[in-house]
Design a protein around this ligand. Structure first.
Ligand SMILES: Nc1ncnc2c1ncn2[C@@H]1O[C@H](COP(=O)(O)OP(=O)(O)OP(=O)(O)O)[C@@H](O)[C@H]1O
Length: 590
Protein backbone atom coordinates (compact mmCIF):
# COMPACT_ATOMS: atom_id res chain seq x y z
CA UNK A 1 0.00 0.00 0.00
CA UNK A 2 1.37 3.42 -0.89
CA UNK A 3 1.44 6.18 1.73
CA UNK A 4 -1.11 8.12 -0.27
CA UNK A 5 -3.43 5.14 -0.38
CA UNK A 6 -2.98 4.68 3.38
CA UNK A 7 -3.82 8.34 3.99
CA UNK A 8 -6.84 8.06 1.72
CA UNK A 9 -8.15 4.99 3.56
CA UNK A 10 -7.76 6.77 6.89
CA UNK A 11 -9.58 9.84 5.61
CA UNK A 12 -12.43 7.81 4.18
CA UNK A 13 -12.94 5.79 7.37
CA UNK A 14 -15.31 8.48 8.62
CA UNK A 15 -15.83 10.65 5.50
CA UNK A 16 -18.53 12.87 6.97
CA UNK A 17 -16.37 13.69 9.99
CA UNK A 18 -13.47 14.48 7.68
CA UNK A 19 -15.63 16.74 5.51
CA UNK A 20 -17.03 18.51 8.59
CA UNK A 21 -13.50 19.01 9.89
CA UNK A 22 -12.33 20.25 6.47
CA UNK A 23 -15.23 22.72 6.25
CA UNK A 24 -14.49 24.07 9.74
CA UNK A 25 -10.80 24.55 9.06
CA UNK A 26 -11.42 26.05 5.62
CA UNK A 27 -13.68 28.62 7.30
CA UNK A 28 -10.96 29.29 9.89
CA UNK A 29 -8.35 29.83 7.17
CA UNK A 30 -10.68 31.93 5.01
CA UNK A 31 -11.79 34.11 7.94
CA UNK A 32 -8.84 36.60 7.69
CA UNK A 33 -9.83 37.57 4.12
CA UNK A 34 -12.58 39.92 5.33
CA UNK A 35 -10.64 41.89 8.01
CA UNK A 36 -7.85 42.31 5.43
CA UNK A 37 -10.22 43.94 2.97
CA UNK A 38 -11.77 46.10 5.69
CA UNK A 39 -8.32 47.33 6.79
CA UNK A 40 -7.39 48.13 3.19
CA UNK A 41 -10.58 50.18 2.78
CA UNK A 42 -9.88 52.03 6.02
CA UNK A 43 -6.36 53.09 4.98
CA UNK A 44 -7.51 54.00 1.50
CA UNK A 45 -10.16 56.22 3.11
CA UNK A 46 -7.47 57.94 5.21
CA UNK A 47 -5.37 58.67 2.13
CA UNK A 48 -8.40 59.75 0.12
CA UNK A 49 -8.40 56.78 -2.28
CA UNK A 50 -11.77 55.50 -1.02
CA UNK A 51 -14.71 56.42 1.19
CA UNK A 52 -15.63 54.26 4.14
CA UNK A 53 -18.69 54.74 6.29
CA UNK A 54 -17.16 54.18 9.74
CA UNK A 55 -14.64 55.62 12.21
CA UNK A 56 -11.48 54.24 13.80
CA UNK A 57 -13.61 52.87 16.66
CA UNK A 58 -15.89 51.25 14.15
CA UNK A 59 -12.89 49.61 12.51
CA UNK A 60 -11.56 48.40 15.85
CA UNK A 61 -14.97 46.97 16.73
CA UNK A 62 -15.14 45.21 13.35
CA UNK A 63 -11.66 43.73 13.69
CA UNK A 64 -12.43 42.62 17.25
CA UNK A 65 -15.64 40.97 16.09
CA UNK A 66 -13.73 39.23 13.28
CA UNK A 67 -11.07 38.02 15.76
CA UNK A 68 -13.70 36.77 18.21
CA UNK A 69 -15.55 35.03 15.38
CA UNK A 70 -12.33 33.32 14.35
CA UNK A 71 -11.64 32.24 17.93
CA UNK A 72 -15.11 30.68 18.05
CA UNK A 73 -14.44 28.89 14.76
CA UNK A 74 -11.08 27.63 16.03
CA UNK A 75 -12.71 26.19 19.16
CA UNK A 76 -15.26 24.36 17.00
CA UNK A 77 -12.45 23.33 14.62
CA UNK A 78 -10.53 21.74 17.49
CA UNK A 79 -13.59 19.80 18.54
CA UNK A 80 -14.14 18.40 15.02
CA UNK A 81 -10.41 17.71 14.69
CA UNK A 82 -10.16 15.85 18.02
CA UNK A 83 -13.17 13.70 17.15
CA UNK A 84 -11.78 12.84 13.74
CA UNK A 85 -8.25 12.17 14.98
CA UNK A 86 -9.48 10.06 17.86
CA UNK A 87 -11.46 7.80 15.55
CA UNK A 88 -8.55 7.39 13.12
CA UNK A 89 -6.08 6.59 15.90
CA UNK A 90 -8.46 4.20 17.61
CA UNK A 91 -9.18 2.39 14.34
CA UNK A 92 -5.48 1.82 13.74
CA UNK A 93 -4.83 0.69 17.31
CA UNK A 94 -7.92 -1.49 17.36
CA UNK A 95 -7.09 -3.24 14.09
CA UNK A 96 -3.47 -3.69 15.06
CA UNK A 97 -4.35 -5.09 18.47
CA UNK A 98 -6.97 -7.41 17.02
CA UNK A 99 -4.45 -8.71 14.51
CA UNK A 100 -1.82 -9.24 17.21
CA UNK A 101 -4.33 -11.05 19.42
CA UNK A 102 -5.30 -13.36 16.57
CA UNK A 103 -1.71 -14.33 15.91
CA UNK A 104 -0.48 -17.63 17.34
CA UNK A 105 0.29 -16.89 21.00
CA UNK A 106 3.96 -17.81 20.88
CA UNK A 107 4.65 -15.45 17.97
CA UNK A 108 2.15 -12.66 18.40
CA UNK A 109 4.64 -9.82 17.93
CA UNK A 110 7.98 -9.84 16.12
CA UNK A 111 9.63 -7.40 18.58
CA UNK A 112 10.04 -6.90 22.32
CA UNK A 113 6.86 -5.70 24.10
CA UNK A 114 8.38 -2.29 24.83
CA UNK A 115 9.13 -1.83 21.15
CA UNK A 116 5.63 -2.87 20.16
CA UNK A 117 4.22 -0.27 22.56
CA UNK A 118 6.26 2.41 20.83
CA UNK A 119 4.73 1.34 17.47
CA UNK A 120 1.24 1.52 18.93
CA UNK A 121 1.90 4.95 20.40
CA UNK A 122 4.23 6.89 18.10
CA UNK A 123 3.49 5.45 14.69
CA UNK A 124 -0.23 5.75 15.18
CA UNK A 125 0.21 9.36 16.38
CA UNK A 126 2.31 10.12 13.32
CA UNK A 127 -0.34 8.73 11.00
CA UNK A 128 -3.03 10.77 12.76
CA UNK A 129 -0.89 13.86 12.43
CA UNK A 130 -0.52 13.61 8.66
CA UNK A 131 -4.21 12.87 8.09
CA UNK A 132 -5.21 15.76 10.33
CA UNK A 133 -2.83 18.20 8.60
CA UNK A 134 -4.24 17.34 5.19
CA UNK A 135 -7.34 19.26 6.32
CA UNK A 136 -5.24 22.33 7.07
CA UNK A 137 -3.53 22.14 3.71
CA UNK A 138 -6.91 22.09 1.99
CA UNK A 139 -8.15 25.09 4.01
CA UNK A 140 -4.94 27.02 3.48
CA UNK A 141 -4.95 26.32 -0.24
CA UNK A 142 -8.45 27.81 -0.40
CA UNK A 143 -7.13 30.87 1.43
CA UNK A 144 -4.14 31.07 -0.94
CA UNK A 145 -6.42 30.91 -4.00
CA UNK A 146 -8.87 33.55 -2.77
CA UNK A 147 -6.23 35.91 -1.40
CA UNK A 148 -4.06 35.28 -4.50
CA UNK A 149 -6.96 36.27 -6.74
CA UNK A 150 -7.56 39.48 -4.74
CA UNK A 151 -3.85 40.38 -4.66
CA UNK A 152 -3.26 39.63 -8.37
CA UNK A 153 -6.10 41.96 -9.24
CA UNK A 154 -4.39 44.68 -7.21
CA UNK A 155 -0.82 44.03 -8.43
CA UNK A 156 0.30 40.88 -10.23
CA UNK A 157 4.05 41.60 -9.93
CA UNK A 158 3.93 42.15 -6.19
CA UNK A 159 1.82 39.03 -5.74
CA UNK A 160 4.39 36.96 -7.57
CA UNK A 161 7.08 38.16 -5.18
CA UNK A 162 4.98 37.27 -2.16
CA UNK A 163 4.21 33.80 -3.42
CA UNK A 164 7.57 32.99 -4.91
CA UNK A 165 9.00 31.83 -1.56
CA UNK A 166 6.28 29.21 -1.47
CA UNK A 167 7.63 27.59 -4.60
CA UNK A 168 11.19 27.80 -3.27
CA UNK A 169 10.28 26.28 0.08
CA UNK A 170 8.24 23.44 -1.35
CA UNK A 171 11.06 22.56 -3.73
CA UNK A 172 13.60 22.68 -0.88
CA UNK A 173 11.38 20.55 1.33
CA UNK A 174 10.86 18.01 -1.42
CA UNK A 175 14.60 17.73 -1.94
CA UNK A 176 15.25 17.34 1.76
CA UNK A 177 12.52 14.84 2.51
CA UNK A 178 14.43 11.76 1.40
CA UNK A 179 17.07 12.55 3.98
CA UNK A 180 14.51 13.50 6.60
CA UNK A 181 12.76 10.19 6.08
CA UNK A 182 16.02 8.35 6.62
CA UNK A 183 16.78 10.29 9.82
CA UNK A 184 13.24 9.81 11.09
CA UNK A 185 13.42 6.05 10.55
CA UNK A 186 16.77 5.91 12.35
CA UNK A 187 15.56 7.96 15.33
CA UNK A 188 12.39 5.87 15.68
CA UNK A 189 14.44 2.69 15.48
CA UNK A 190 16.86 3.97 18.12
CA UNK A 191 13.97 4.98 20.42
CA UNK A 192 12.39 1.53 20.03
CA UNK A 193 15.67 -0.10 20.96
CA UNK A 194 15.95 2.00 24.12
CA UNK A 195 12.34 1.25 25.12
CA UNK A 196 12.85 -2.44 24.36
CA UNK A 197 16.03 -2.51 26.43
CA UNK A 198 14.30 -0.88 29.39
CA UNK A 199 11.53 -3.47 29.32
CA UNK A 200 14.06 -6.30 29.06
CA UNK A 201 16.13 -4.90 31.93
CA UNK A 202 13.09 -4.57 34.16
CA UNK A 203 11.93 -8.04 33.21
CA UNK A 204 15.27 -9.66 33.97
CA UNK A 205 16.52 -7.86 37.06
CA UNK A 206 17.29 -11.10 38.84
CA UNK A 207 19.13 -12.70 35.93
CA UNK A 208 21.25 -9.56 35.56
CA UNK A 209 22.12 -9.52 39.27
CA UNK A 210 22.89 -13.23 39.39
CA UNK A 211 25.22 -12.95 36.42
CA UNK A 212 26.87 -9.86 37.94
CA UNK A 213 26.15 -8.16 34.62
CA UNK A 214 24.94 -4.79 35.93
CA UNK A 215 27.88 -2.86 34.55
CA UNK A 216 27.73 -4.47 31.12
CA UNK A 217 23.97 -3.98 30.92
CA UNK A 218 24.28 -0.30 31.92
CA UNK A 219 27.06 0.22 29.43
CA UNK A 220 24.97 -1.33 26.67
CA UNK A 221 22.04 0.85 27.73
CA UNK A 222 24.34 3.88 27.60
CA UNK A 223 25.46 2.93 24.08
CA UNK A 224 21.87 2.60 22.94
CA UNK A 225 21.08 5.96 24.58
CA UNK A 226 24.02 7.52 22.75
CA UNK A 227 22.90 6.10 19.44
CA UNK A 228 19.43 7.46 20.08
CA UNK A 229 20.81 10.88 21.01
CA UNK A 230 22.77 11.10 17.77
CA UNK A 231 19.87 9.90 15.66
CA UNK A 232 17.46 12.31 17.39
CA UNK A 233 19.81 15.26 16.92
CA UNK A 234 20.05 14.57 13.19
CA UNK A 235 16.31 14.17 12.94
CA UNK A 236 15.59 17.36 14.92
CA UNK A 237 18.29 19.33 13.15
CA UNK A 238 16.89 18.42 9.79
CA UNK A 239 13.38 19.32 10.92
CA UNK A 240 14.49 22.67 12.35
CA UNK A 241 16.57 23.40 9.27
CA UNK A 242 13.55 22.96 7.07
CA UNK A 243 11.48 25.13 9.43
CA UNK A 244 14.02 27.91 9.27
CA UNK A 245 14.10 27.67 5.47
CA UNK A 246 10.33 28.17 5.48
CA UNK A 247 10.40 31.17 7.83
CA UNK A 248 13.37 32.90 6.23
CA UNK A 249 12.15 32.67 2.69
CA UNK A 250 8.99 34.41 3.89
CA UNK A 251 11.06 37.14 5.56
CA UNK A 252 12.82 37.55 2.26
CA UNK A 253 9.44 37.99 0.60
CA UNK A 254 8.50 40.68 3.16
CA UNK A 255 11.72 42.60 2.47
CA UNK A 256 11.12 42.50 -1.26
CA UNK A 257 7.54 43.61 -0.73
CA UNK A 258 8.63 46.70 1.24
CA UNK A 259 11.30 47.63 -1.31
CA UNK A 260 8.95 47.31 -4.25
CA UNK A 261 6.05 49.00 -2.47
CA UNK A 262 8.15 52.09 -1.76
CA UNK A 263 8.92 52.64 -5.45
CA UNK A 264 5.39 51.84 -6.59
CA UNK A 265 3.79 54.14 -4.02
CA UNK A 266 5.98 57.01 -5.14
CA UNK A 267 4.80 56.32 -8.66
CA UNK A 268 1.21 56.38 -7.36
CA UNK A 269 0.31 52.86 -8.60
CA UNK A 270 0.07 51.32 -5.12
CA UNK A 271 -1.96 52.69 -2.21
CA UNK A 272 -1.35 52.49 1.55
CA UNK A 273 -4.46 50.31 1.71
CA UNK A 274 -2.91 47.93 -0.84
CA UNK A 275 0.26 47.72 1.25
CA UNK A 276 -1.75 47.03 4.42
CA UNK A 277 -3.60 44.21 2.61
CA UNK A 278 -0.36 42.66 1.33
CA UNK A 279 1.23 42.86 4.78
CA UNK A 280 -1.92 41.53 6.45
CA UNK A 281 -2.20 38.55 4.10
CA UNK A 282 1.52 37.89 4.20
CA UNK A 283 1.23 36.70 7.82
CA UNK A 284 -1.24 34.08 6.73
CA UNK A 285 0.73 33.24 3.61
CA UNK A 286 3.68 32.61 5.95
CA UNK A 287 1.55 30.21 7.89
CA UNK A 288 0.44 28.57 4.68
CA UNK A 289 4.01 28.05 3.51
CA UNK A 290 5.27 26.56 6.75
CA UNK A 291 2.17 24.42 7.15
CA UNK A 292 2.43 23.00 3.64
CA UNK A 293 6.05 22.23 4.47
CA UNK A 294 4.93 20.63 7.74
CA UNK A 295 2.38 18.52 5.93
CA UNK A 296 5.00 17.31 3.45
CA UNK A 297 7.22 16.39 6.39
CA UNK A 298 4.38 14.63 8.20
CA UNK A 299 3.46 12.81 5.04
CA UNK A 300 7.00 11.51 4.65
CA UNK A 301 7.12 10.53 8.32
CA UNK A 302 3.82 8.76 7.82
CA UNK A 303 5.42 6.51 5.23
CA UNK A 304 8.02 5.48 7.84
CA UNK A 305 5.23 4.81 10.34
CA UNK A 306 3.32 2.78 7.76
CA UNK A 307 6.39 0.63 7.17
CA UNK A 308 6.86 0.04 10.89
CA UNK A 309 3.20 -0.75 11.51
CA UNK A 310 3.19 -3.15 8.56
CA UNK A 311 6.22 -4.90 10.06
CA UNK A 312 4.14 -5.61 13.19
CA UNK A 313 1.60 -7.38 10.99
CA UNK A 314 4.20 -10.06 10.19
CA UNK A 315 3.40 -10.51 6.52
CA UNK A 316 -0.31 -9.62 6.56
CA UNK A 317 -1.52 -6.94 4.15
CA UNK A 318 -1.24 -3.33 5.35
CA UNK A 319 -4.95 -3.04 4.53
CA UNK A 320 -5.58 -4.79 7.87
CA UNK A 321 -4.66 -1.50 9.55
CA UNK A 322 -7.42 0.53 7.96
CA UNK A 323 -10.18 -2.06 7.75
CA UNK A 324 -13.46 -0.38 8.56
CA UNK A 325 -14.55 -1.64 11.98
CA UNK A 326 -16.73 -0.49 14.80
CA UNK A 327 -14.87 1.23 17.63
CA UNK A 328 -17.47 0.24 20.19
CA UNK A 329 -17.88 3.83 21.28
CA UNK A 330 -21.43 2.96 22.35
CA UNK A 331 -22.02 0.37 25.04
CA UNK A 332 -24.69 -1.49 23.03
CA UNK A 333 -22.28 -2.24 20.15
CA UNK A 334 -19.74 -3.82 22.49
CA UNK A 335 -22.46 -5.85 24.20
CA UNK A 336 -23.85 -7.05 20.86
CA UNK A 337 -20.46 -8.34 19.78
CA UNK A 338 -19.90 -10.14 23.10
CA UNK A 339 -23.35 -11.71 22.88
CA UNK A 340 -22.74 -12.76 19.28
CA UNK A 341 -19.56 -14.66 20.17
CA UNK A 342 -20.56 -17.94 21.80
CA UNK A 343 -17.01 -19.41 21.57
CA UNK A 344 -16.19 -22.92 20.38
CA UNK A 345 -17.84 -25.91 22.10
CA UNK A 346 -16.96 -29.31 20.76
CA UNK A 347 -18.25 -32.78 21.69
CA UNK A 348 -16.55 -34.42 24.74
CA UNK A 349 -13.15 -35.78 23.82
CA UNK A 350 -13.06 -39.42 22.81
CA UNK A 351 -10.03 -39.33 20.58
CA UNK A 352 -7.56 -36.69 19.49
CA UNK A 353 -5.44 -37.57 16.51
CA UNK A 354 -2.44 -35.74 15.07
CA UNK A 355 -1.07 -36.74 11.67
CA UNK A 356 2.09 -35.54 10.00
CA UNK A 357 2.41 -32.40 12.17
CA UNK A 358 5.50 -30.39 11.17
CA UNK A 359 6.74 -26.94 12.02
CA UNK A 360 10.06 -25.23 11.33
CA UNK A 361 11.06 -21.92 12.96
CA UNK A 362 11.71 -19.56 10.04
CA UNK A 363 15.00 -18.23 11.50
CA UNK A 364 16.67 -21.48 12.59
CA UNK A 365 14.88 -24.01 10.39
CA UNK A 366 14.63 -26.26 13.46
CA UNK A 367 11.39 -27.54 14.96
CA UNK A 368 9.41 -30.77 14.54
CA UNK A 369 8.78 -33.11 11.59
CA UNK A 370 6.07 -35.58 10.76
CA UNK A 371 4.60 -36.11 14.24
CA UNK A 372 1.81 -38.68 14.62
CA UNK A 373 0.04 -39.19 17.91
CA UNK A 374 -3.29 -40.37 19.25
CA UNK A 375 -4.80 -39.50 22.63
CA UNK A 376 -7.86 -41.34 23.87
CA UNK A 377 -10.20 -40.22 26.65
CA UNK A 378 -8.71 -40.64 30.13
CA UNK A 379 -5.22 -41.45 28.82
CA UNK A 380 -1.98 -40.05 30.24
CA UNK A 381 0.59 -39.43 27.50
CA UNK A 382 4.09 -38.20 28.27
CA UNK A 383 6.35 -36.53 25.73
CA UNK A 384 9.97 -36.88 26.72
CA UNK A 385 13.32 -36.37 25.03
CA UNK A 386 16.65 -34.63 25.20
CA UNK A 387 17.04 -30.86 25.56
CA UNK A 388 15.99 -29.01 22.42
CA UNK A 389 14.47 -32.12 20.86
CA UNK A 390 11.19 -30.34 20.03
CA UNK A 391 8.89 -31.19 22.97
CA UNK A 392 7.69 -27.62 23.53
CA UNK A 393 7.39 -27.05 19.78
CA UNK A 394 5.19 -30.14 19.50
CA UNK A 395 2.85 -28.90 22.25
CA UNK A 396 2.74 -25.38 20.89
CA UNK A 397 2.09 -26.49 17.31
CA UNK A 398 -0.70 -28.77 18.45
CA UNK A 399 -2.36 -26.01 20.51
CA UNK A 400 -2.06 -23.46 17.69
CA UNK A 401 0.39 -21.28 19.63
CA UNK A 402 2.71 -21.40 16.62
CA UNK A 403 1.68 -20.63 13.04
CA UNK A 404 0.08 -23.54 11.25
CA UNK A 405 2.65 -25.82 9.68
CA UNK A 406 1.93 -29.06 7.88
CA UNK A 407 -0.27 -31.90 9.10
CA UNK A 408 -3.76 -32.39 10.39
CA UNK A 409 -5.44 -32.54 13.79
CA UNK A 410 -8.80 -34.22 14.37
CA UNK A 411 -10.99 -34.13 17.48
CA UNK A 412 -13.33 -37.13 17.56
CA UNK A 413 -12.63 -37.52 13.84
CA UNK A 414 -13.59 -33.92 13.02
CA UNK A 415 -10.75 -31.80 11.59
CA UNK A 416 -9.65 -28.89 13.79
CA UNK A 417 -9.29 -25.98 11.36
CA UNK A 418 -8.03 -23.31 13.74
CA UNK A 419 -6.23 -24.94 16.69
CA UNK A 420 -5.46 -21.53 18.25
CA UNK A 421 -9.16 -20.85 18.81
CA UNK A 422 -10.19 -24.46 19.35
CA UNK A 423 -7.71 -25.50 22.03
CA UNK A 424 -9.05 -23.35 24.82
CA UNK A 425 -11.45 -24.21 27.65
CA UNK A 426 -13.79 -26.14 27.61
CA UNK A 427 -11.78 -28.23 25.11
CA UNK A 428 -8.35 -27.89 26.63
CA UNK A 429 -6.29 -26.00 29.19
CA UNK A 430 -2.52 -25.52 29.19
CA UNK A 431 0.30 -24.72 31.60
CA UNK A 432 3.37 -23.31 29.88
CA UNK A 433 6.94 -24.15 30.88
CA UNK A 434 7.48 -20.63 32.19
CA UNK A 435 4.20 -19.47 33.68
CA UNK A 436 3.31 -15.80 33.71
CA UNK A 437 1.77 -14.19 36.74
CA UNK A 438 0.19 -10.76 36.79
CA UNK A 439 0.56 -8.17 39.54
CA UNK A 440 -2.77 -9.00 41.09
CA UNK A 441 -4.21 -11.14 43.87
CA UNK A 442 -3.55 -14.85 43.76
CA UNK A 443 -7.31 -15.38 43.38
CA UNK A 444 -7.50 -13.17 40.28
CA UNK A 445 -4.35 -14.76 38.87
CA UNK A 446 -6.05 -18.14 39.02
CA UNK A 447 -9.53 -17.11 37.93
CA UNK A 448 -8.40 -14.66 35.22
CA UNK A 449 -11.85 -13.12 35.00
CA UNK A 450 -13.79 -16.37 35.32
CA UNK A 451 -16.76 -16.21 37.73
CA UNK A 452 -15.92 -17.84 41.05
CA UNK A 453 -18.02 -20.99 41.50
CA UNK A 454 -18.46 -22.39 44.98
CA UNK A 455 -15.75 -24.88 45.83
CA UNK A 456 -14.12 -24.84 42.37
CA UNK A 457 -11.24 -22.64 43.42
CA UNK A 458 -10.37 -24.60 46.57
CA UNK A 459 -10.63 -27.89 44.63
CA UNK A 460 -8.27 -26.55 41.97
CA UNK A 461 -5.85 -25.35 44.65
CA UNK A 462 -5.93 -28.74 46.30
CA UNK A 463 -5.38 -30.59 43.02
CA UNK A 464 -2.45 -28.28 42.25
CA UNK A 465 -0.96 -29.03 45.71
CA UNK A 466 -1.13 -25.34 46.53
CA UNK A 467 -3.35 -25.30 49.63
CA UNK A 468 -0.51 -25.14 52.18
CA UNK A 469 1.26 -22.36 50.32
CA UNK A 470 -1.93 -20.29 50.28
CA UNK A 471 -2.36 -20.78 54.02
CA UNK A 472 1.12 -19.33 54.57
CA UNK A 473 0.61 -16.22 52.44
CA UNK A 474 -0.13 -13.09 54.51
CA UNK A 475 -3.57 -12.49 53.00
CA UNK A 476 -4.16 -15.97 51.60
CA UNK A 477 -5.84 -15.87 48.20
CA UNK A 478 -6.08 -12.09 48.45
CA UNK A 479 -2.30 -11.64 48.58
CA UNK A 480 -1.01 -9.64 45.64
CA UNK A 481 1.55 -11.73 43.76
CA UNK A 482 3.46 -11.26 40.50
CA UNK A 483 6.06 -8.65 39.52
CA UNK A 484 4.68 -5.98 41.88
CA UNK A 485 3.53 -8.26 44.67
CA UNK A 486 4.82 -11.14 46.77
CA UNK A 487 7.38 -13.07 44.79
CA UNK A 488 6.38 -16.70 44.49
CA UNK A 489 8.98 -19.44 44.13
CA UNK A 490 9.33 -21.13 40.72
CA UNK A 491 7.41 -24.15 42.00
CA UNK A 492 4.67 -21.99 43.52
CA UNK A 493 4.33 -20.08 40.27
CA UNK A 494 4.03 -23.35 38.33
CA UNK A 495 1.43 -24.71 40.73
CA UNK A 496 -0.49 -21.42 40.53
CA UNK A 497 -0.50 -21.87 36.76
CA UNK A 498 -1.64 -25.46 37.22
CA UNK A 499 -4.49 -24.28 39.49
CA UNK A 500 -5.38 -21.69 36.85
CA UNK A 501 -5.63 -24.54 34.38
CA UNK A 502 -7.54 -26.91 36.69
CA UNK A 503 -10.14 -24.33 37.76
CA UNK A 504 -11.36 -24.48 34.16
CA UNK A 505 -13.02 -27.80 33.56
CA UNK A 506 -11.40 -28.97 30.36
CA UNK A 507 -11.41 -32.21 28.40
CA UNK A 508 -7.69 -32.16 27.77
CA UNK A 509 -4.98 -30.90 30.13
CA UNK A 510 -1.62 -30.05 28.66
CA UNK A 511 1.39 -29.52 30.97
CA UNK A 512 4.71 -28.38 29.59
CA UNK A 513 7.37 -29.64 31.99
CA UNK A 514 5.94 -29.00 35.44
CA UNK A 515 8.74 -31.01 36.94
CA UNK A 516 11.34 -28.34 36.22
CA UNK A 517 10.39 -26.54 39.46
CA UNK A 518 8.61 -29.22 41.50
CA UNK A 519 10.12 -31.77 43.84
CA UNK A 520 9.31 -35.41 43.22
CA UNK A 521 6.89 -35.73 46.13
CA UNK A 522 4.87 -32.67 45.16
CA UNK A 523 4.72 -33.81 41.55
CA UNK A 524 3.53 -37.25 42.63
CA UNK A 525 0.82 -35.69 44.76
CA UNK A 526 -0.25 -33.48 41.88
CA UNK A 527 -0.78 -36.36 39.44
CA UNK A 528 -2.53 -38.47 42.08
CA UNK A 529 -4.92 -35.66 42.98
CA UNK A 530 -5.61 -34.82 39.38
CA UNK A 531 -6.78 -38.37 38.68
CA UNK A 532 -8.70 -38.58 41.94
CA UNK A 533 -10.60 -35.50 40.91
CA UNK A 534 -11.32 -36.53 37.38
CA UNK A 535 -10.74 -40.07 36.31
CA UNK A 536 -11.56 -39.31 32.70
CA UNK A 537 -9.10 -36.41 32.46
CA UNK A 538 -6.98 -36.73 29.34
CA UNK A 539 -3.44 -35.47 29.86
CA UNK A 540 -0.61 -34.64 27.53
CA UNK A 541 2.47 -33.95 29.60
CA UNK A 542 6.03 -32.97 28.77
CA UNK A 543 8.30 -34.50 31.39
CA UNK A 544 11.48 -36.45 31.91
CA UNK A 545 10.60 -37.51 35.48
CA UNK A 546 10.02 -41.12 36.43
CA UNK A 547 7.03 -39.95 38.46
CA UNK A 548 5.29 -39.04 35.23
CA UNK A 549 6.90 -41.72 33.04
CA UNK A 550 5.77 -44.61 35.27
CA UNK A 551 2.20 -43.30 35.32
CA UNK A 552 2.13 -42.91 31.54
CA UNK A 553 -0.12 -45.07 29.37
CA UNK A 554 1.98 -44.04 26.43
CA UNK A 555 5.37 -42.34 26.12
CA UNK A 556 6.69 -40.46 23.09
CA UNK A 557 10.47 -40.06 22.89
CA UNK A 558 11.59 -37.06 20.84
CA UNK A 559 14.99 -36.58 19.28
CA UNK A 560 16.06 -33.89 16.81
CA UNK A 561 12.49 -32.87 16.08
CA UNK A 562 11.12 -36.34 15.28
CA UNK A 563 9.56 -39.17 17.31
CA UNK A 564 12.42 -41.56 17.85
CA UNK A 565 10.48 -44.21 19.75
CA UNK A 566 7.19 -44.71 21.57
CA UNK A 567 5.51 -47.18 23.91
CA UNK A 568 5.27 -47.86 27.66
CA UNK A 569 8.25 -47.32 29.95
CA UNK A 570 8.89 -51.08 30.12
CA UNK A 571 8.90 -51.38 26.33
CA UNK A 572 11.07 -48.34 25.84
CA UNK A 573 13.63 -49.45 28.41
CA UNK A 574 14.21 -52.46 26.19
CA UNK A 575 14.08 -50.64 22.84
CA UNK A 576 15.28 -47.06 23.14
CA UNK A 577 18.79 -45.99 23.99
CA UNK A 578 17.69 -42.34 24.35
CA UNK A 579 14.95 -43.39 26.76
CA UNK A 580 17.35 -45.48 28.83
CA UNK A 581 19.70 -42.50 29.10
CA UNK A 582 16.86 -40.26 30.21
CA UNK A 583 15.57 -42.89 32.67
CA UNK A 584 18.88 -43.71 34.28
CA UNK A 585 20.15 -40.15 34.04
CA UNK A 586 17.17 -39.22 36.19
CA UNK A 587 18.18 -41.60 39.02
CA UNK A 588 19.30 -38.89 41.34
CA UNK A 589 15.95 -37.15 41.15
CA UNK A 590 13.93 -40.34 41.72
N1 LIG B 1 11.55 -19.27 18.98
C1 LIG B 1 12.42 -20.07 18.35
N2 LIG B 1 13.02 -19.66 17.22
C2 LIG B 1 13.87 -20.46 16.57
N3 LIG B 1 14.22 -21.69 16.95
C3 LIG B 1 13.66 -22.17 18.06
C4 LIG B 1 12.72 -21.37 18.83
N4 LIG B 1 12.34 -22.12 19.90
C5 LIG B 1 12.98 -23.29 19.81
N5 LIG B 1 13.78 -23.32 18.71
C6 LIG B 1 14.62 -24.46 18.27
O1 LIG B 1 13.77 -25.57 17.97
C7 LIG B 1 14.27 -26.76 18.53
C8 LIG B 1 13.25 -27.41 19.45
O2 LIG B 1 13.06 -26.57 20.58
P1 LIG B 1 12.02 -26.89 21.75
O3 LIG B 1 11.98 -25.72 22.66
O4 LIG B 1 10.76 -27.38 21.17
O5 LIG B 1 12.76 -28.12 22.46
P2 LIG B 1 12.44 -28.80 23.85
O6 LIG B 1 12.59 -30.25 23.61
O7 LIG B 1 11.13 -28.34 24.38
O8 LIG B 1 13.61 -28.25 24.72
P3 LIG B 1 13.73 -28.10 26.34
O9 LIG B 1 13.85 -29.48 26.89
O10 LIG B 1 14.96 -27.31 26.53
O11 LIG B 1 12.49 -27.41 26.79
C9 LIG B 1 15.57 -26.39 19.24
O12 LIG B 1 16.63 -26.73 18.37
C10 LIG B 1 15.50 -24.91 19.41
O13 LIG B 1 16.78 -24.33 19.29
Amino acid sequence: MTTFHYLWRLITYRPMRYILNAVMWTLIYLAPIVPGLVTKQFFDTLTGHAALGFTVWGLIALLMAAALGRIGLIVLGFITDVHFRFRMGMLLRRNLLEHVLKQPGAQAIPVAPGEAISHFRDDVDQSEEAASWSVDVFGMTCFALVSGYILIRIDAQMTLLVFMPIVLVITAAQLATVRLQKYRAASREATSKVTGEISEMFGNVQAIQVAGAEKRVISRFRDLGDERRKAMIKDRLMGELLDSVFTNSVNLGTGLLLLLAGAKMRAGTFTVGDLSLFVYYLTFVTQFISNVGKFITYFKQMSVSLERLTFLLQGASAKVLTMVRSLHLHKDEAQEETDADPGVKATPLQELEVNGLSYAYPDTGRGIRDIHLRLTRGSFTVVTGTIGSGKTTLIRSLLGLLPKGEGSITWNGVPVEDPGTFFAPPQSAYTAQVPRLYSDTLRNNILLGQAEQSGALSQALHAAVMEQDVAQLPLGLDTVVGPRGVKLSGGQAQRTAAARMLVRDAELYVFDDLSSALDVETEQKLWARLFERREDATCLVVSHRKTALTRADHIIVMKDGVIEAEGTSAELLKRSQTFRELWYGDKRKG
